[in-house]
Design a binder for this molecule. Structure first.
Ligand SMILES: [Fe+2]
Length: 229
């Protein structure tokens, strides 16, 4: 009788071990699928971002650089959004709406007319429309739509003001300006990081979110230089 009981208990134990082993295998397979999915999301986002940049030899790799600056500034500010993949997706895709802006406007080596500016300023809304149904992008779409809003409410497309502007978009605006000011343009050579910091600091509280400008101050020039290259 007792031997029978022991045998049954041993069988139960073996069964439990088999269940545990099955669960471990399932879990491992699930993790591998998740990693695969994440990698293909990232590849898709990069492909889209590259499709936009391929038109513009001048700004070459602007999206990658500005994404790196933006994430570094977010980390300096200790923001959780620095670790959210959707933040990086938004940074990489911010100008995807420029696919709808004609070359003659996008590459015009002179100031835009009022009509041309209206067309140019549609790119954030167009970009967020293009991405509308892609669920995995989540808050990335907010960066795309709001990256040209200004802290004082004078930006576009929605004229949002202050903290009504999504945090990632406020922070991105600083990174975007930093890259624009430190890159050669048809009408002027690149400025230094020191020049760019001065100009951005002047815009704190009007164009830019003061906390995001302060976060940029916490990132050293040497680090920015590393990210640029
Ligand atoms: Fe833009």
């Amino acid at each position: 009788m007792e031997a029978d009981l022991v045998a049954r208990l041993e069988e139960k134990e073996r069964q439990l071990e088999r269940y545990a082993a099955d669960l471990r295998e399932t879990f491992k397979a699930e993790r591998a699928r998740e990693a695969e999915l994440r990698a293909s999301y990232m590849a898709t986002v990069r492909a889209l971002a590259n499709a936009v940049e391929a038109r513009d030899a001048y700004t070459g790799r602007h999206a990658e650089r500005v994404a790196a600056y933006g994430l570094e500034i977010a980390r300096a500010a200790g923001l959780e959004l620095a670790d959210d993949p959707q933040t990086e997706f938004g940074f990489l895709l911010h100008d995807v709406g420029k696919v709808a802006v004609p070359d003659a406007i996008l590459f015009k080596p002179a100031p835009l007319t009022d009509d041309e500016r209206v067309l140019m300023e549609r790119h954030p809304a167009i970009g967020s429309d293009i991405l509308r149904d892609i669920d995995f992008l989540g808050d990335a779409k907010l960066v795309v739509r709001h990256h040209h809003e200004r802290w004082d409410g004078q930006g576009y497309p929605d004229g949002l003001e202050g903290e009504d502007i999504p945090q990632a978009a406020r922070l991105f605006a600083v990174a975007d300006a930093l890259d624009a000011l430190t890159t050669d343009r048809p009408y002027r050579p690149a400025g230094t990081f020191a020049d760019a910091r001065r100009i951005i600091a002047d815009g704190a509280g009007t164009q830019f979110c003061p906390a995001s400008v302060a976060a940029l101050d916490a990132v050293r020039d040497e680090r920015l230089e590393e990210l640029r290259t």
